[in-house]
Design a protein around this ligand. Structure first.
Ligand SMILES: C[S@@+](CC[C@H](N)C(=O)[O-])C[C@H]1O[C@@H](n2cnc3c(N)ncnc32)[C@H](O)[C@@H]1O
Length: 210
């Protein structure tokens, strides 16, 4: 990575990220709660700012950091967000309230592969950030509820370098590695999408639905 960029990232330069959102993120990363890496959040917000979506679907709310960041950047957006861990679901609700966003959020509790059938359609931005083995199963369902012109932004698609083989995957991660390879193959070969894959953070794919 370019030395200057690495230095900026290491210093946690907020780039496009709102100060209050960075504070929230800092609080949870210090506690070890999973949230997007700084450079991945920056990339997400780049696309949110460019697209200015009206209806966002997120897989993997956690405590709401990325959702709050997206709602801060897309002032007219509604967020539909799915989480299966009850403690995170409840904490996210408190955070959405604290930011004054509760009226713009529809929280769904449960397993993403089941809840996806209940969220409706017409999404113009989808952020995929849940269990990595589920991406390939979710893909056809996500595609069906995305508008033409919508963006699918998926995090962790290179999963620690295991997916490309750059780093040898330990046996316990072989299923994730194989499922993620299949997800990337499916989305890159789908003529209805224009897709790029980058090594930002833990790997990000961005797909535009024609
Ligand atoms: C990496 S964290 C999400 C971080 C969040 N998007 C952020 O950046 O602030 C992944 C979250 O997805 C949830 N999750 C994982 N697999 C899931 C599934 N199959 N269905 C619903 N939620 C899931 C986990 O409980 C966890 O809170």
């Amino acid at each position: 990575m370019n030395g200057l960029i690495k230095e900026l990232i290491d210093k946690n330069v907020p780039f496009t990220v709102d100060g209050r959102v960075m504070e929230l993120r800092k609080k949870y990363t210090e506690r070890g709660v999973p949230t997007l890496l700084a450079e991945s959040l920056n990339e997400l917000l780049l696309f949110i700012n460019l697209k200015q979506p009206k209806k966002i679907l997120e897989f993997g709310t956690s405590v709401g950091c990325s959702g709050i960041a997206m709602l801060t950047a897309a002032k007219d957006a509604e967020l539909y967000t799915i989480e299966k861990y009850d403690v995170s679901y409840a904490e996210a609700k408190e955070n959405f309230e604290a930011f004054g966003y509760i009226g713009r959020v529809k929280q769904f509790f449960g397993e993403a592969t089941e809840v996806v059938d209940k969220v409706g359609d017409g999404f113009d931005f989808v952020f995929l950030d849940c269990n990595k083995s589920k991406y390939k199963i979710l893909l056809p369902k996500i595609k069906a509820i995305m508008n033409s012109g919508a963006i699918l932004f998926a995090d962790n698609v290179l999963f620690r370098g295991y997916v490309t083989g750059e780093v040898k995957a330990p046996h316990r991660h072989n299923t994730i590695k194989n499922n993620m390879r299949e997800f990337l193959r499916l989305i890159c070969e789908d003529g209805d999408f224009i897709t790029t894959v980058s090594d930002i953070g833990d790997g990000i794919s961005v797909s535009y639905k024609k």
